[in-house]
Design a protein around this ligand. Structure first.
Ligand code: NI
Length: 152
C-alpha cells in the first residue's frame, strides 16, 4: 500500500444573496438570533470556496486529479449558487438556513459523489470564505486507508 498522500486545492468564487430567517420564530426572536442578517430584503456576499482533493499521484499524468475535470464538476455547482438569492431561488435553502455552515455542507454534498466517481481522488476538505474575516470549514471522516494489521 502506498504511503503517498498528495493534495491540491483550487479556489472558486461566487456571489450570492441570502437572508437568515426562521418562520417558526417570532420577528423578535429572528432579530435576537440572526441580528441584521434577518433583514427582510436580504444582503449579499462574495464567497470563495477552497476545494481540497487528495489522493495518490497518477504515474502517467503526474496528477492527483485533472483540474479540468474538477472545474467541470465545480462549475455546475457554482452555477446553482452564483448571483442567486439562496433562500428564495435554491430549493435546499428554502427549507434550510443559507448559513455559511449549511452552504459549505451543501457544496460538499453535491461535489463529493461526483469526485468519488473519478479514480483515486477524494474530496478531503472544503473551506468557504464568507467575508475576509470569517470562513467555514467542512469535511467528513473517511474510512482509514489500507488494512489494519492485528498482532505482529
Ligand atoms: Ni450574510
Amino acid at each position: 500500500m502506498s504511503r503517498e498522500h498528495c493534495s491540491l486545492t483550487k479556489v472558486y468564487r461566487f456571489s450570492a444573496g441570502h437572508r437568515l430567517h426562521n418562520k417558526k420564530f417570532t420577528p423578535e426572536e429572528n432579530w435576537e438570533i440572526f441580528g441584521k442578517c434577518t433583514n427582510e430584503l436580504g444582503h449579499g456576499h462574495d464567497y470563495s470556496v477552497e476545494v481540497k482533493v487528495s489522493g495518490v499521484i497518477c504515474p502517467e499524468t503526474g496528477m492527483v486529479i485533472n483540474l479540468g475535470e474538477l472545474n467541470d464538476l465545480m462549475n455546475g455547482i457554482i452555477e446553482e449558487l452564483d448571483h442567486k438569492r439562496l433562500d428564495i431561488e435554491v430549493p435546499f435553502f428554502r427549507e434550510n438556513q443559507p448559513s455559511g455552515e449549511l452552504i459549505v455542507k451543501y457544496i460538499w454534498t453535491r461535489l463529493e459523489p461526483k469526485i468519488n466517481k473519478l479514480d483515486g481522488a477524494k474530496l478531503t476538505h472544503l473551506k468557504l470564505w464568507e467575508t475576509p474575516k470569517n470562513y467555514f470549514e467542512y469535511f467528513e471522516n473517511s474510512q482509514p486507508q489500507g488494512v489494519r494489521r492485528h498482532g505482529r
